[in-house]
Design a protein around this ligand. Sequence first.
Ligand SMILES: *[C@@H]1O[C@H](CO)[C@@H](O)[C@H](O)[C@H]1NC(C)=O
Ligand SMILES: *[C@@H]1O[C@H](CO)[C@@H](O)[C@H](O)[C@H]1NC(C)=O
Ligand SMILES: *[C@@H]1O[C@H](CO)[C@@H](O)[C@H](O)[C@H]1NC(C)=O
Ligand SMILES: *[C@@H]1O[C@H](CO)[C@@H](O)[C@H](O)[C@H]1NC(C)=O
Length: 259
Amino acid sequence: MAKQALFFLSLLLVFLFHCTTTLGQPAQAPTLPAVASPANAPAPPGPPDVIKILQKVGGFTILIRLLKSTGVADQLKGQLNDSSIRFTLFAPNDNAFSNLKAGTLNSLSNEEKVRLIQFHILPTYYTLENFQTVSNPVRTQAGDNKPGDYPLNVTSVGSQVNISSGLVNASVSGTLYSNFQLAIYQVDKVLLPLDLFVPKPPSPAPAPAPTKPKAKKTPAAASPKTSTSSTVVDSGVASLAKHGILVSIGVAIFIPFSL
Ligand SMILES: *[C@@H]1O[C@H](CO)[C@@H](O)[C@H](O)[C@H]1NC(C)=O
Ligand SMILES: *[C@@H]1O[C@H](CO)[C@@H](O)[C@H](O)[C@H]1NC(C)=O
Ligand SMILES: *[C@@H]1O[C@H](CO)[C@@H](O)[C@H](O)[C@H]1NC(C)=O
Ligand SMILES: *[C@@H]1O[C@H](CO)[C@@H](O)[C@H](O)[C@H]1NC(C)=O
């Protein structure tokens, strides 16, 4: 009995040992290649992947979402496949996006969102030093249609790089990536292009414009008034007519007495 129990116990131990080792091995096996492949992956495959770079840095969820939803990420991916095509991306982080006035992004149509994202991309590879000699305004992807559209000014002294859209003054706060084909610089603000957001300052100008609708309304209000005054005149005429009838009746009554 004791021998049987011992045999059974040893069998159980062997079984448990087998389980823990076989369970332990698969647990280690996937984690090791998983760690190894991302470490190897970024270097060998040629074209840099903007989304992967931003995901790796972290804190760019809104920019990543916009890059994807606008299709600009795919566009960049395809273009960066050609090693002669170069870009500089100004990347505002989530904090920069959260500092926007509420509803700023929602006020944009899909096409305007594409322009907003393209405004953060220069069709040239710039090192931070290059910005010291850049001639303003620099061209952005958003302004591809007409030269002079969506201009952006970049000024640099030493290692400090400032960017002005005319609406927003931003600064480069770090280099996230730079490989002679693609440079990604973190910026502390979302670059709002005048071309998209200048229509809003004119909308305060339409604040005087509401006086125009008012001016239009006053004639419109005047015409109801004239109509009401005409009805007043009508009723006045009516009362006069009634009065006249009364007078004539009075006269008619008086005449017989005078006769
Ligand atoms: C990149 O180029 C390779 C061949 O050079 C091609 O097979 C691949 O489909 C291209 N990828 C994109 C996203 O254009
Ligand atoms: C950049 O902007 C900061 C203020 O935000 C200013 O102090 C600095 O002089 C500017 N530098 C350049 C190179 O324009
Ligand atoms: C950008 O630079 C150009 C040329 O120096 C200048 O005419 C323009 O006013 C600047 N715009 C902004 C928004 O700073
Ligand atoms: C941006 O900076 C310029 C001077 O460098 C200043 O005149 C302008 O008012 C600033 N604009 C904003 C929106 O802060």
